[in-house]
Design a protein around this ligand. Structure first.
Ligand code: HSE
Length: 314
């Protein structure tokens, strides 16, 4: 038997929602798991990348054996029903740019889990899949939207369960996703974060996150402009993302821009705007990075409201 799962990319944090907010985007990885019949063949993992900018180095970072995150996720699922995975061929068709803050690792974890769950006759429900995926990824803000789609507030509770709620993204607000050619590994981007932050910074983010939720519900652009700020992760990561400070500076006086945030752990940048000044925003970002000799792909995207789905490739 063979199962394929299509999983969306995700952008996490969205400014003030560090480790607790994320959104699915219409760029996809397809993960296929096939039970192989020959005993003793073990686990085989193949990655086929359609990311032109993924150099050999980035593909080398994806372990192809039992150390891979996809294997860990699949193994946890099998173990939860008292089994061990044995002969499996896993293929990852990768379109989500790797190490760019777009949830490529979350998509692989989620795709592997959903495919294995299907092969096993669906022993795990959504809650169990969310818990296992979060255990492997370490935080729920990419895996939750990858599984359920849309914009989500998500919390990993002390007992390992995941509590999430979907929020409706206002149609009036545009998303411009700017993906530079350089990579930034999530573990490096997390390593620069402090273990503790000043209480004033924690309060700053608590206020912004509350503003964010209210602004979404009421489509309040003025409030959203205040909400899309952060003091918990972006200031520390700025030095790892050449061009970000300048992009924020250059967009500061564009009145239709509501905010410019780091996508997940970076280095991609997400710009939230209203009305139709998208070409101007794209030009500003392209030119800013071009001044630093950095090439970038820039997309205008809607929110992907569907999460991961089983698909038929035959
Ligand atoms: N919330 C995570 C971070 C997302 O910012 O490190 C990246 O996986």
């Amino acid at each position: 038997m063979k199962v394929s799962v299509k999983v969306p990319a995700t952008t996490a944090n969205l400014g003030p929602g560090f480790d607790c907010m994320g959104m699915a985007l219409p760029i996809y990885n397809i993960i296929t798991i096939e039970e192989t019949v020959l005993p003793g063949t073990g686990i085989e993992i193949n990655v086929i990348s359609e990311d032109d900018t993924a150099d050999e180095l980035s593909l080398e970072h994806i372990p192809m054996d039992e150390n891979s995150i996809i294997y860990k996720a699949v193994e946890l699922l099998y173990n939860s029903i008292g089994q061990t995975p044995s002969e499996l061929k896993i293929t990852i068709h990768s379109q989500i740019p790797i190490a760019r803050g777009l949830g490529s690792s979350a998509s692989v974890i989620v795709g592997g889990l959903l495919a294995a769950n299907e092969l096993l006759g669906r022993p795990a429900d959504e809650a169990a899949l969310l818990s296992i995926a979060t255990e492997v990824e370490g935080h729920p803000d990419n895996v939750t939207p990858a599984i359920v789609g849309g914009l989500v507030l998500t919390s990993s509770e002390e007992d390992g369960s995941i509590v999430y709620r979907k929020l409706d993204w206002p149609q009036e607000w545009n998303l411009t996703l700017c993906v530079p050619e350089y990579e930034l590994a999530t573990d490096i981007s997390r390593s620069v974060l402090p273990k503790e932050v000043p209480i004033s910074d924690a309060v700053f983010n608590a206020k912004r996150l509350a503003m964010f939720v209210h602004a979404i519900h009421t489509k309040d652009s003025k409030l959203m402009k205040l909400a899309l700020k952060d003091k918990l992760h972006q200031p520390y990561r700025m030095k790892l993302v050449p061009g970000l400070e300048k992009i924020i500076e250059n967009l500061k006086h564009e009145e239709n821009v509501l905010g410019c945030v780091l996508s997940g752990a970076g280095p991609s940048v997400l710009i939230i705007s209203e009305k139709n000044n998208l070409d101007r925003i794209k030009d500003i970002v392209k030119e800013t990075w071009a001044d630093l000799n950095i090439k970038a792909d820039i997309y205008t995207l809607p929110v992907e409201n569907n999460g991961a789905q089983i698909i038929n490739l035959d």
